[in-house]
Write a protein that binds this ligand. Structure first.
Ligand SMILES: NC(=O)c1ccc[n+]([C@@H]2O[C@H](COP(=O)([O-])OP(=O)(O)OC[C@H]3O[C@@H](n4cnc5c(N)ncnc54)[C@H](OP(=O)(O)O)[C@@H]3O)[C@@H](O)[C@H]2O)c1
Length: 229
């Protein structure tokens, strides 16, 4: 049994990963912006410990180790930085500094700040694995559509910072990767998406099970195939 911390567990891919990992007997801690206002599915989930985390709030990220300690967590084996937001600001005309800052804070800065806050707890774990959920839209190589400045840019920044994280923490035995979950039918992905949350989460979990230190610094598709930067 390993201890997983999943951010953004209230719905979507994060909720389904938490559900599946708890069902196979892992120790699962999930975060939600408000543990008093969980979605009905999250509230009905047994075997998952909930801690509050709003990644737009640096204070909330800083409080995370103490909140984890309060629910009895002293070591984390796998951190999954899953919380993310999309943006309706797509064209140059729509983009604003405030929107860029909001989306970059949630999608790019927070995963690194959460890793910083939890470094000691992850160090105390057995796998020292950090999986940052990115997107194919963060791939510069695959950007033939343009636009979506906040979302694309934030995921590209997350990819770059994850490679830095991998390089810095490799000597300490950490494995840090980015993974694209596929285009998934969630509030973010919409109902046109080809993958169900179950298909995505099943394959992401299988990927996490296979990851080894030699994979650190890589960008994976949900099925384990390499993604182009
Ligand atoms: N769905 C896709 O097709 C797709 C494709 C590529 C990448 N992704 C990535 O996959 C991850 C999960 O996406 P999803 O489709 O499951 O999205 P989703 O259904 O919209 O769920 C997003 C989750 O992130 C949480 N969140 C948003 N802002 C937050 C904040 N400020 N602090 C803490 N938590 C916050 C949400 O919490 P609340 O419930 O409280 O709002 C929710 O639990 C994201 O990183 C996304 O960028 C998704």
């Amino acid at each position: 049994m390993a201890t997983y911390l999943i951010t953004g567990g209230n719905r979507g891919i994060g909720l389904t990963m938490a559900t599946m990992l708890a069902a196979r007997g892992e120790s699962v801690v999930a975060t939600a912006r408000s543990v008093d206002a969980l979605s009905p599915q999250a509230r009905s989930l047994s075997g998952v410990r909930w801690v509050p985390l709003d990644v737009l709030d640096e204070g909330s990220i800083g409080a995370l180790p103490g909140r984890l300690a309060a629910v009895g967590v002293s070591a984390i084996d796998v951190l999954v930085n899953n919380a993310g937001v999309s943006s309706t600001a797509r064209s140059l005309a729509e983009v604003t500094a405030a929107e860029l800052q909001r989306v970059f804070m949630v999608n790019a800065f927070a995963p690194i700040l959460v890793a910083k806050a939890l470094r000691g707890m992850i160090d105390a774990g057995s796998r020292r694995l950090i999986v940052n959920i990115s997107s194919q839209l963060g791939s510069i190589t695959n950007n033939d559509g343009g636009s979506s400045y906040p979302y694309r840019g934030s995921k590209t920044a997350l990819n770059q910072m994850t490679v830095s994280l991998a390089n810095e923490l490799r000597p300490c035995g950490f494995t840090c990767v980015v993974a694209h979950p596929g285009w998934v039918r969630t509030d973010m992905g919409g109902q046109e998406a080809p993958l169900s949350v179950e298909q995505s989460a099943t394959q992401l979990i299988a990927l996490m099970d296979r990851l080894r230190p030699t994979d650190s610094g890589r960008f994976f598709n949900y099925d384990g195939a390499p993604m182009p930067w």
